[in-house]
Design a protein around this ligand. Structure first.
Ligand SMILES: NC(=O)c1ccc[n+]([C@@H]2O[C@H](COP(=O)([O-])OP(=O)(O)OC[C@H]3O[C@@H](n4cnc5c(N)ncnc54)[C@H](O)[C@@H]3O)[C@@H](O)[C@H]2O)c1
Length: 402
């Protein structure tokens, strides 16, 4: 009989994961999410993911009945948890999605089942979730919390939106089991599509994921700070970076207008809020990235005053180019801040934006007919979507892209 795999949380990570297991034809695959609309959409072949390949494979697997969608969790040989890692008001991980799922799993968990957690998490989360199961169902342990009869592993995801299948299959996969048997079981499952697998323990896997995104935050923070400095000193940041990168061991990134997405601006907090004394550089880079967004806002603001601007066209609102993701978008932060100038008409243009993405304000319109050459008009390019290639050549545009 085929083993049953249940993927829990069918978003950017969960849906392609579900589809990759469906494609193997080796498992009975179930998808579960606590959002009924998402479940109904997936059943109809609809997804928020703007990836052609995901849409095609989704439709193909629906047609072949390669997976089922359930609105309740039931027994399963493998549970893969891909719920979000939100952040709470104290800038700590909101662990509720994980605890909610694990409480539900404990009601149906059986001996020798495997729980895989992919959700980016603070250090110690896997052990804490194991404790929840221990409190709820002691029969699943051989007398002590250190002797579970089930398997559990923390396996962080490194996918880059836009190329999900390739990335999930080809990025080196970390498996951090709570014991060696868990590592062995998790490895068997991921071997169906992961090409490179590395085994470790749960805590090392948890911290490695946070280190990866914190490292990116620091790299971005440094060039963003450098870009502000170059602007103040009237230096060409592009040239500085190109020349510095000629050094064989230097690889500076391009600066942006801050940092966005739901990983790089957020995950570092999971490190610094617990371990502030140990991560001062990281704390500074978070500040530097926020400062960059304020710096850009101030440049636009002074332009408004200097040129008596009455209308602004903003090009680009997603958190980065060519994806339909607005989470933590610095572009939206800039636009929201400037919308306080109630007498200025703000036009937001983005191929991926819909009216519902933004709280509508009176002076703000989304994707209106664009006129580039009015009097007292300011054009601002914030995101380098491929479609905006021609805009970069305009002489009358504030271009913050690279
Ligand atoms: N998106 C990425 O590119 C990416 C890359 C690497 C790692 N990650 C990590 O993977 C995890 C998932 O991210 P995502 O982008 O797929 O998130 P997402 O928001 O796109 O998807 C999460 C899904 O979980 C569902 N969910 C929330 N609470 C639930 C609950 N209690 N029970 C059942 N379902 C629930 C939501 O409805 C949603 O559909 C996060 O920890 C994220 O940091 C994401």
């Amino acid at each position: 009989m085929k083993k049953k795999i249940t993927v829990i949380g069918l978003g950017y990570v969960g849906l392609p994961t579900l589809l990759l297991f469906s494609e193997t034809n080796k498992f009975k695959v179930i998808g579960y999410d606590n959002n009924k609309k998402i479940l109904n959409d997936i059943k109809k072949g609809k997804t928020k993911m703007n990836e052609k390949k995901v849409k095609i494979i989704l439709k193909k697997n629906i047609k072949k009945k390669n997976f089922d969608i359930h609105d309740k969790l039931s027994r399963s040989d493998v549970f893969i948890i891909t719920v979000p890692s939100n952040i709470n008001k104290k800038l700590r991980q909101n662990i509720l999605p994980l605890t909610d799922v694990v409480e539900k799993i404990s009601d149906v968990l059986e001996e020798k089942n495997l729980i895989i957690i992919e959700t980016t998490s603070e250090l110690g989360t896997t052990d804490y979730l194991k404790e929840i199961i221990f409190r709820k169902n002691k029969k699943l342990f051989n007398g002590s919390i250190t002797k579970p009869k089930f398997f559990m592993a923390y396996c962080p995801e490194r996918v880059f939106p836009g190329n999900s299948f390739y990335e999930i299959k080809n990025n080196p996969r970390l498996i951090g089991g709570i014991n060696e048997k868990s590592n062995k079981e998790a490895k068997k499952i991921f071997s169906y599509f992961s090409k490179k697998i590395f085994l470790t323990d749960n805590k090392t896997a948890e911290i490695s994921k946070l280190v990866e995104n914190s490292y990116r935050n620091v790299q971005i923070g440094f060039v963003n700070e450098l870009a502000n400095y170059a602007f103040k000193k009237n230096l060409n940041i592009k040239e500085i970076i190109e020349l510095s990168n000629l050094h064989p061991r230097i690889n500076l990134l391009n600066p942006g207008i801050g940092v966005g997405g739901h990983c790089i601006p957020i995950d570092p907090f999971f490190l610094i809020k617990r371990e502030f004394q140990n991560f001062k550089i990281l704390n500074s880079s978070i500040k530097a990235n926020n400062l960059r967004t304020k710096f850009i806002t101030n440049i636009i603001q002074s332009n408004i005053k200097k040129n008596k601007i009455k209308e602004i066209n903003f090009f680009g609102a997603t958190y980065k180019a060519d994806i339909a993701d607005f989470r933590q978008s610095p572009s939206l932060k800039i636009i929201n801040k400037l919308s306080k100038f109630k007498k200025i008409k703000l036009n937001i243009h983005d191929p991926y934006i819909f009216s519902s993405t933004l709280k509508t304000k009176k002076n703000l319109s989304i994707n209106p007919k664009i006129n580039l050459n009015k009097k007292f008009l300011l054009n601002v390019l914030l995101v380098s979507h491929k479609k905006y290639k021609k805009l970069k050549k305009l002489s009358k545009i504030l271009d913050f892209t690279f």
